[in-house]
Design a protein around this ligand. Structure first.
Ligand SMILES: *Cc1c(COP(=O)(O)O)cnc(C)c1O
Length: 385
């Protein structure tokens, strides 16, 4: 690795990160922990998720066969549950009675609140005050699930303020509290731990495709912080599959309104890690934009920065418009409404498929379902009610 990742944090957090690293190293090999997590993943969250052959979409695109890894069918409606359950159980087994988390649009907060309710743990979620107004249903869900939602920042508070407040809380409470980070980002050991909990996606898909007698020629996933993508890619490294991450191209790279960190950023430090960061000439973190809240982040997991530089994966972008087109196309062709985040992966695959042979196979990770997006996307698509 070319120096991505690391731990750029205040001294006070180092002992907690050290402890977390050794707890994860120990528990990830502990048969009892693995069995208990496996049981929650199967009987509570609904794993294994199916791999579905999208025959209509394949016919429409006229090239490689498209298979969808259906993380949208997981409890909570997205892959986030894999990580929330993993970390919550790890915290419980390590003796932390309390979980804190940050959330932007609320999806990670809801997954965390669900996992904490199931495991009987106390849960507090920091959320920007502005995001709380914009995402009221998720605030209500979290409260219904027994979590405390704590407004962060002033009236204009967003994800950045929520992360700041969660880190401040953790600095003061490290002995009793686990900080449940929502993506494959942050200081060591978070990126590797989240990759570990999300790798169930790629491991399952690999064996499901093998059972169907299909080689994976390419795997495609959307990239926000990069957790569903790294969970898809890591188990496929070295198999010969082409790995393609799709970032949020927003209004287009030239407009500056996007969240394409790997395509348009450069190495820097953010949220405790060294990775690609969207920043201006002075190193100020840029404002980002995407039609999908889950991809709207100016950093990216350090694994992806390493994969990009080593060429093990490549990263492309899909604009808001392309993602909306893919959103509508998947709904019409397959009866599946994808999350707007996942629609970026569909858009990326839709560009690749026609250029590939009909005998080849593309695995697309459908990271989540789009019920949360129908008002927003329906409005933008001009669908009348
Ligand atoms: C949060 C989210 C994402 C983005 O997160 P990653 O860490 O990049 O996977 C993608 N899809 C859905 C459905 C999400 O909820």
């Amino acid at each position: 690795m070319t120096g991505f990742g690391g731990r750029y944090v205040p001294e006070t957090l180092v002992p907690a990160l050290d402890r977390l690293e050794s707890d994860y190293a120990r528990l990830s090999r502990d048969p009892g922990f693995r069995r208990e997590l496996g049981t929650y993943l199967s009987t509570y969250a609904g794993r294994p998720t199916p791999v579905y052959y999208a025959a209509n979409l394949t016919r429409r695109l006229g090239g490689a066969r498209i298979y969808l890894k259906r993380e949208d069918l997981l409890h909570g409606g997205a892959h986030k549950m894999n990580n929330a359950l993993g970390q919550a159980l790890l915290a419980k087994r390590s003796g932390s009675g309390r979980i804190i988390a940050e959330t932007g649009a609320g999806q990670h907060g809801v997954a965390t609140a669900m996992a904490c309710a199931a495991l009987g743990m106390k849960c507090e979620v920091y959320m920007g005050a502005k995001d709380m107004r914009r995402q009221r249903p998720n605030v209500l869900r979290m409260r219904l699930l027994g979590a405390r939602v704590v407004p962060a920042g002033g009236p204009d508070g967003t994800l950045r303020d929520a992360i700041g407040d969660a880190i401040r809380d953790w600095t003061a409470s490290v002995r009793t509290t686990h900080y449940l980070l929502g993506s494959a980002v942050g200081p060591r050991p978070y990126p590797a731990m989240v990759r570990g909990f999300q790798s169930v996606i790629g491991r399952e898909a690999r064996s499901q495709m093998r059972k169907m007698g299909r080689r994976i020629d390419a795997a495609v996933a959307c990239v926000g912080g990069g957790s569903n993508a790294v969970g898809t890619f890591a188990p496929l490294l070295g198999t010969g599959a082409e790995l393609v991450g799709v970032e949020a191209g927003g209004s287009g790279l030239k407009t500056g309104r996007h969240a394409a960190t790997l395509a348009a950023g450069r190495p820097g430090i953010l949220h405790g890690m060294r990775s690609y960061i969207l920043q201006d000439a002075e190193g100020q973190v840029s404002e980002t934009h995407s039609v999908s809240a889950g991809l709207d982040y100016p950093g990216v997991g350090p694994d992806h920065a390493g994969y990009k530089e080593s060429g093990r994966a490549r990263y492309v972008t899909a604009t808001d418009r392309e993602a909306l087109g893919a959103f509508a196309m998947l709904a019409e062709e397959e009866g599946i409404i994808p999350a707007l985040e996942s629609a970026h992966a569909i858009a990326g695959a839709a560009r690749m498929a026609p250029r590939m042979k009909k005998s080849q196979n593309i695995l697309v990770t459908l990271s989540g379902r789009g019920d949360k997006d129908i008002d927003h996307a329906g409005g933008l698509l001009g669908i009348k009610d």
